[in-house]
Design a protein around this ligand. Structure first.
Ligand code: ZN
Length: 467
């Protein structure tokens, strides 16, 4: 039986709901460590019961070491002659080079300029820069503003703390009927950048909240961790259990109107790669599936040769390819509720395929079973969808030999997975196929057919089979 998406106690999030979370996360000054990450997890923690991990400074994580914890109180540059505060962290946290060490100094403009960063290619935007693993201080500003700084002396204040503490990351597990897991990960280390990655954090938090109370075949593990070092902390803590991760997506930059883009896992032929290729095939002319390359977000760590997890990267615009990327132009105007809703729907569709895919068995394989007698072969007059529905049933019956999964059938038939999966449900109800025989993921036997829906209001609905 198919339920509608929302349940009275678990309404589906709208694009506006997700956007509201993006807007709440946006002003916080985050970095790879520090209170900004904790405050971000506080906000996510209002949606889901996120578990926090604190990894002490100095902890070795493979070839990396957790650095000192960084916290910032104030930072500004003041022109001595005019008394004007020409750069101020209080106006935008992007103005400060991330991980800047404490400094109080008076400098001439020429010396100050060695600590100023701008982007001549985007002269009106403040670029986002960090110096995590090399002690430094600096300020970022629009190139036009840098050129306008008058000669003279400047007072510089960076009131930061860089001291032993810990690295913080958040984790949330939605338990399915089996131990096999889907990893969904978003980086939590960027300051005021809305698309990269307040959008990913908000999307996954709302998706996790929607799963709560719903039965799924897979368990869903959500990771909110600082880029690179946070992913390594999680991998290090979970190395013996990584075999449970059967599919995964890194999610970032999902609030703009570009793409969608999917970057394949290192394996290139993982189930998640096929699923995303199928989802994006119907996602419009700008949808793009790319081969793996060892640059980007934490798929770099998950797909390093020592782990080689089946994890791909899901984005709208590819990082680095949209002009607002890593600058103050990546703000709350770039991210729109309708784009967030569409990204949510695409993610839900992928999860829907993971949950519903299975290898059914035709119980009447000798000749075609007589569909008309069972009311399963619709006359082709009248209902415009009847021919496609008939074809989907014929494909399922023909390929339900126990070797083909529903996704195999959809690809072979050139049809959408949903059409094939719906046909299989109908045929199973009529007793013509056994769709409980196996699942393509071999993750235990589904108990009932799709009774879970995770869609987004007004953006189509994806159903999720339970087991
Ligand atoms: Zn980034």
């Amino acid at each position: 039986m198919r339920l509608t998406g929302s349940t009275p106690d678990r309404p589906l999030p709208s694009g506006e709901d997700i956007f509201a979370t993006v807007a709440e996360l946006y002003p916080i000054c985050r970095s790879i460590t520090g209170d900004g990450v904790r405050r971000t997890l506080d906000i996510i923690g209002r949606l889901i019961d996120v578990e926090r991990h604190e990894v002490p400074t100095g902890t070795r994580l493979f070839d990396w070491i957790v650095p000192d914890e960084w916290n910032i109180r104030e930072a500004h540059v003041t022109c001595v002659s005019s008394g004007e505060r020409v750069i101020d962290f209080a106006r935008s946290n992007l103005h400060l080079l991330g991980y800047s060490v404490q400094v109080r100094a008076r400098l001439p403009l020429a010396a100050l300029k060695e600590h100023l960063f701008s982007d001549p290619a985007h002269p009106d935007a403040t670029p986002y820069r960090t110096s995590y693993y090399r002690e430094a201080w600096g300020f970022c500003l629009p190139h036009r503003a840098l050129l306008a700084l008058p000669e003279g002396e400047y007072d510089v204040v960076v009131d930061s703390t860089l001291a032993p503490g810990s690295l913080t990351y958040g984790e949330y597990l939605h338990r399915g009927s089996g131990e096999a897991e889907v990893l969904l990960s978003a980086h939590i280390c960027h300051p005021s950048l809305a698309n990269d990655n307040c959008s990913g954090l908000a999307l996954l938090a709302h998706f996790a909240a929607t799963l709560r109370g719903r039965r799924t075949r897979y368990s869903y593990r959500f990771l909110f961790a600082p880029g690179t070092i946070g992913a390594l902390a999680w991998l290090s803590a979970n190395e013996p259990r990584l075999g449970r991760i059967r599919h995964g997506l890194v999610v970032s930059c999902v609030g703009d109107g570009g793409g969608p883009v999917y970057k394949k896992s290192r394996r290139g032929d993982a189930m998640i790669d096929r699923v995303m290729r199928h989802v994006l095939a119907a996602a419009g002319p700008d949808a793009e599936v790319m081969d793996f390359f060892p640059y980007g977000y934490d798929e770099r760590q998950f797909c390093s040769p020592g782990f080689d997890l089946p994890v791909g990267l899901f984005q709208r615009s590819l990082f680095g390819r949209f002009p607002e990327y890593h600058s103050s132009a990546d703000d709350l105007d770039l991210v729109r509720p309708e784009h967030l809703a569409r990204s949510y729907a695409l993610l839900a569709e992928a999860v829907d395929i993971l949950e519903r895919d299975r290898r059914p068995l035709n119980l009447f394989p000798k000749g075609e079973p007589q569909l008309g007698r069972r009311g399963l072969y619709a006359p082709t007059g009248g209902d415009p969808e009847a021919p496609a529905r008939n074809m989907a049933r014929l494909w399922v019956l023909n390929l339900a030999d126990g070797r083909h999964s529903l996704l195999d059938m959809a690809e072979r038939a050139g049809m959408r997975f949903t059409e094939i999966a719906d046909a299989a449900e109908t045929l199973a109800r009529a007793g013509l196929i056994d769709d409980q025989a196996s699942s393509s993921a071999r993750e235990g036997q589904p108990r009932s057919r799709s009774d879970i829906i995770i869609g987004s209001k007004g953006q189509g609905i994806a159903s999720v089979g339970s087991s």
